[in-house]
Write a protein that binds this ligand. Structure first.
Ligand SMILES: [Zn+2]
Length: 946
């Protein structure tokens, strides 16, 4: 415990007037930091400077690390790029993603590890196809493909330029990128499709899709329009029930389930009734109905609506809990053969409309289809491509159009079961081209067998590291949940802009025709032609040579080409296989949390399917950008800030600093002028410190010259020791992907250890000391400068390279992967001594207030074996007043006297010296009896210099 017992302040403060008068003539003898590194840049200069760094340093740094670090240090770190969509302008989400990746790669390089990163683009898919076709509808597949390709390539060109401008480390010079339209990429994909098909992991099955009978094709959601005035029948029907397990008073009464539908044409395909076990149901008697013995089942919450819609009065006979419906069965309304169809509990059944009992036809509704998947009931489709009933349909419907005669014919056939019929005007999907109504119809689609893959995929995920670690458990759980929740993966699309599913079908039977010779032949054609356009332009005869046909056992006239393309998630799910080298396992995938259901999952499933392991060792999950009020950025809200605006206003490094500061710790990443302004201000401070260090250390010296000084200063040893800790802390934070904490750690180190302590306390020695002292400071600060550059380079490479060019005009910061703090710099003693002095200094400053502390004479009394021992190391004599000990320098006082006492606590006494200070250094007093104009130290130094 330190305590100041006596504090006396002198009766007059020394005037500096006399010293000021002569100060000017000593300016040349003072070693002031000098550098041409500018303090700040105008926007125009900054742009020019960024261009210089990009062209001269960043452009070559990827190859440099590839050559220089190859086979040295640890194994190559592979970050596999999740391909952005080749569509539109880059937004803040792209900036967060690419810059986080870049910081990750750069920090590895800064620690001597070679990295592998090949930027990629996802090029196929509906959004591009829609843009390409929006100007000229009615184009054929080849025209659509050509326009889409041109559109994607144009988008890639502009996106690539912007990524590059952000300083993203990649081999841009050799244009080493991947695109899902590259022939070799597609070759890999076709082979993968065939491999999975052969192994039964890819199969063909029915699935309901929007189908346009008028254009005889499946439609994507984006191709639907809605007719708000479409008229449909609105019908309450009854299905005869077998109420197994239900205790009904009069056993002979007939009981019916009431269902409501607007698509009676789907009734022939009915396979189940869905209910919701959490709802309450009632059995009612219809009071004005002709059959008093009949009871009707309906959800109690919907009874009033039913009465209002049908004008029927109901009398509740009995309550039935939703739970008890599971044993019920019913008779098919049309097909009398099916007399025991099931009831299924399903959460999509709600009490907001209908009867709480839903007619379920898996071929004609997405929710119905999901029920069929979980309950394993067949998808029965009785409607063909033209929207007509097939020959499997009941006699009275065969060949009829479902949209025209379907509803009236069905209703007529089951007239006695129609409880009430009306018309409903509602919004109904129509084909965007023909403007005709569409239906939902099951058609043959291609699937990946996710059921077989879920268990091994979940198991593989167990050993994948998830970052940020603070959120790892929740992220892993989300990934697993999404994986388990996935009901199926349909990989076929009825579009033109994509990779064709490389399959022929028997014209007669529809059977799939494929073999490895066919796939290999298609791959060769693709390599020759550069694209898969031939799939659309060549006939089967032109495409498949006779030897392969005979191997397949078909003649050309018996075969038709498939017209489906692969889902783009099949494209991007296969990138690991097409792009990665060696074992094709990435060290890291780094994407936003939306990829839980996207790329993280599709890549995992495809890798498990192809070879039984995950394609990544670790996954980093980042969040999404929002405005300062927490709203998602959108054009309609007018709150969009683009990366371009930011780099223009604040500079690229400010964008990167903002990403590092805010991109890793929260799932909502706020973009605001305030935060970006803050980033720019932080960088301006860092620039100031680097500039100061540039000024002190000057240009790069040869190592030999640096090593010459054997330095005994505790303050220098203190800073070196701090560097060891700083380096290991930064390294650990980088390794844990805690870039926000790296930012805080660097700022803290600069503000405290470097600026407030070291640079502040060495000023006298630096400006006015002898050459040895100066060399020792330069040596210490050079280590500090290199260490700072190394820790800042991953985040703000533009600033670091700019500063470095004033230190080493011919080199570059990225050359310095070998910079390491030496373990022997760790110096407990120096740290302890300097900290003890700083404790005393704090107390002196508290009491001395605003006075110039160089005027102070300090006497410190303490007991042997206490802090006095530490101070004695810095001030080697007891009882003697010294002006030039390191303790004087650390305390920044004119003199110190250490005295041994019996008191347990330190006693610090301060007096003000009445002497003049040296006009050169303004530290030492001028000796009154001496004729020298400057202090002895300064006089001696000037004698040596001149
Ligand atoms: Zn002096």
């Amino acid at each position: 415990m330190l305590r100041i017992l006596n504090f006396r302040i002198g009766n007059r403060l020394y005037s500096l007037k006399a010293a000021k008068k002569d100060a000017k003539k000593y300016t040349d003898t003072i070693n002031l930091p000098k550098t041409k590194f500018p303090n700040r840049l105008t926007a125009a200069k900054r742009e020019e400077q960024e261009r210089l760094v990009l062209e001269n340093k960043i452009a070559v740094s990827y190859q440099h690390q590839e050559q220089r670090l190859a086979e040295k240090g640890p194994p190559t770190f592979v970050l596999h790029d999740g391909p952005p969509y080749a569509n539109g302008q880059l937004h803040m989400g792209h900036a967060v993603n690419k810059i986080l990746k870049d910081i990750t790669l750069r920090q590895r390089v800064a620690h001597g590890q070679q990295v592998n990163y090949i930027p990629g683009w996802d090029c196929h898919g509906l959004p591009i196809e829609l843009k390409a076709t929006s100007t000229a509808p009615g184009q054929n597949a080849l025209e659509i493909r050509q326009k889409s390709r041109a559109f994607a390539l144009e988008a890639i060109k502009s996106q690539k330029e912007e990524f590059r401008s952000w300083g993203i480390l990649a081999n841009w010079q050799k244009d080493d990128i991947y695109m899902t339209i590259q022939p070799e990429f597609i070759v890999n994909q076709l082979q993968m499709f065939h491999n999975l098909y052969e192994r039964g992991l890819v199969y063909r099955d029915l699935k309901p899709v929007y189908w346009s009978p008028s254009s005889r094709t499946a439609l994507a959601e984006a191709e639907l329009e809605y007719d708000p005035n479409h008229i449909s029948p609105s019908v309450y029907l009854r299905f005869a029930l077998n109420p197994n397990g239900l205790n009904v008073e009069a056993k002979d009464k007939q009981i019916y389930a009431l269902v409501w539908t607007t698509t009676p044409w789907t009734l022939p395909s009915n396979q189940a009734i869905c209910y919701n076990a959490s709802l309450e149901y009632v059995l009612v008697r219809l009071s004005d109905h002709n059959h008093p013995d009949e009871l009707y089942l309906i959800a109690s919450a919907l009874l009033a609506v039913f009465e209002a819609n049908t004008q029927l009065k109901c009398e509740i006979v009995q309550n039935v809990s939703g739970n008890s419906l599971s044993n019920f069965t019913y008779k098919h309304p049309i097909d009398k053969e099916q007399s025991n169809l099931p009831f299924f509990d399903a959460s999509h059944v709600q009490d907001s409309k209908g009867t709480g009992l839903v007619h379920t036809a898996p071929a004609h509704g997405p929710e119905d289809f999901l029920v069929s998947l979980t309950k394993k009931i067949p998808v029965k489709c009785l409607v063909n491509e033209d929207g007509n009933y097939t020959k499997e349909a009941p006699n009275f419907l065969r060949g009829q159009s479902v949209l025209e005669q379907g509803n009236p014919l069905v209703l007529e056939h089951i007239a006695k079961d129609v409880v009430h019929s009306a018309k409903l005007e509602h919004s109904y999907p129509i084909d965007w081209r023909t403007k005709q109504p569409v239906i939902i119809r099951a058609s043959d689609q291609w699937f990946i067998n996710t059921e077989k893959l879920k268990a091994p995929a979940s198991e593989a995920l167990e050993s994948v590291e998830i970052y940020p670690s603070s959120n790892a458990e929740a992220s892993k759980k989300a990934l697993l949940t999404q994986l388990q929740k996935r009901p199926y993966w349909c990989i076929s699309r009825q579009r033109a802009w994509g990779v064709p599913i490389p399959v022929l079908y028997s014209r007669q039977t529809g059977k799939v025709v494929i073999n490895s010779a066919l796939i290999e032949h298609l791959c060769n054609l693709l390599r020759q032609e550069g694209s898969m356009d031939f799939w659309w332009t060549k006939s089967v005869e032109e495409m498949v040579p006779p030897n392969i046909l005979s191997e397949l056992g078909y003649e050309t006239k018996d075969l038709v080409k498939g017209s489906d393309i692969l889902d783009i998630w099949f494209d991007s799910g296969s990138t690991w296989s097409a792009v990665l080298k060696k074992d094709k396992i990435a060290d890291l995938y780094l994407e936003g949390y939306d990829q839980f259901t996207g790329w993280f999952q599709s890549s995992l499933l495809m890798s498990i399917a192809a070879r039984g392991c995950a394609p990544y060792k670790a996954v980093f999950v980042h969040g999404f950008t929002v405005d300062e009020k927490g709203y998602k950025m959108s054009k309609s809200l007018g709150n969009v800030i683009s990366p371009k605006q930011i780099t223009k206003k604040y500079g690229t490094d400010a964008l990167r600093w903002w990403v590092a500061s805010h991109g890793t710790q929260h799932m909502s990443i706020t973009v605001s002028d305030k935060l970006l302004q803050q980033a720019a201000e932080n960088l301006s401070k860092i620039r100031g410190t680097l500039r100061y260090l540039n000024g002190v250390i000057g240009e790069k010296q040869s190592n030999e010259q640096l090593l010459k000084t054997s330095d005994k200063s505790f303050l220098n040893r203190y800073l070196l020791s701090q560097l060891v800790e700083f380096e290991s802390e930064v390294e650990n934070l980088y390794k844990g992907y805690e870039y926000n904490r790296v930012v805080a750690c660097v700022q803290n180190f600069l503000a405290n250890q470097v600026s407030a302590i070291y640079v502040h306390l060495i000023k006298d020695r630096l400006y006015c000391g002898d050459d040895q002292e100066l060399l020792a400071i330069r040596q210490t600060l050079t280590h500090c400068y290199q260490q700072l550059c190394k820790s800042l380079w991953p985040i703000v490479p533009f600033l670091v390279e700019e500063s470095w060019s004033y230190y080493d005009a011919t080199g570059a910061a990225f050359h310095e992967q070998s910079v390491r703090a030496k373990p022997e710099w760790q110096d407990t003693k120096a740290t302890e001594l300097v900290n003890a002095a700083l404790d005393v200094k704090r107390l002196i400053n508290q009491q001395a207030g605003e006075v110039n502390t160089w005027h102070l004479a300090v006497t410190i009394k303490g007991r042997k074996g206490s802090q006095l021992e530490l101070l004695l190391e810095l001030h080697p004599t007891l009882g003697e007043t010294l002006r030039n000990s390191e303790l004087c320098e650390l305390l920044q006082v004119g003199s110190v006297t250490l005295i041994q006492s019996d008191d347990n606590e330190l006693d610090i006494a301060i007096t003000t010296l009445q002497t003049s200070l040296c006009p050169r250094c303004r530290r030492f007093s001028l000796d009154e009896d001496c004729e020298l104009e400057t202090c002895q130290r300064c006089s001696a130094i000037m004698n040596v210099k001149h």
